[in-house]
Design a protein around this ligand. Sequence first.
Ligand SMILES: [Zn+2]
Ligand SMILES: [Zn+2]
Length: 251
Amino acid sequence: MKKKIDLHFYGTGNAFSIRPNTSFGFETRYKNLKNVFIFEVPMSTTKQIIDEGYLFDNDSINSIVICISHLHEDHSGGLSTLLAWLKYAKKIPLEDKVTVICPNIDDMETYLDLTLHLPNKQNPVITDQYCCINSAIANVKVEIQAEDVVHCEGMNSIGFDVTVSDLTKYNQQFRFYYTGDCIEIPPHIVSQFNKRYIDILISEISEFPIDSRNVHCSYEFFKKNFSPEDIRDRIIFVHYNFDYKKVLNIN
Ligand SMILES: [Zn+2]
Ligand SMILES: [Zn+2]
């Protein structure tokens, strides 16, 4: 029996969608103390992230990890708003409690300097590789490994390999991979998912049959690389658009 976590989705839309853009999270907790994990902070979903549990209640926050796959607005546009709310409304010291994982530390520092402009040393911790939250009291360890993926020309993008371990039970782990935006899922991730070393894949998918712009993952890619059962049972698709025909003027 695998250790389970509850993933909560704040939005599943892409940049063309009028619905909230893709963002999701989970928490690990022990009594009233918790670690919160958030993947992507688009402006359109910032209200849901703040309102829908995890951050809003009065429980004590031990740590917050925010994973940003890349700096397109539909993935990062609400980050400064969220950090300002955490700092000024929730009184959470960002430098002690918050870690941001992103593709490029210099770009993130520039982004935060331009949009939030906190005094020195009050920024969250920023990393471009790895983060481990080892919550000894909760007996749960969460490891997040950032991996380079190919998205579009001139913009670095990363996927996230996440392992949640129950430290009280030998070898009991839950592992998922979140793609961010990418042309295709890296081959070693496809292979590990198909061998069931990865339990769940959370993947972006393009509404275009074959993505002619070559920046997103088409459904053909999934049909070619995964079984129909796994596509149905173990892949969570995000970053799609119900209104694409209208938006793109296609009949
Ligand atoms: Zn993008
Ligand atoms: Zn996107």
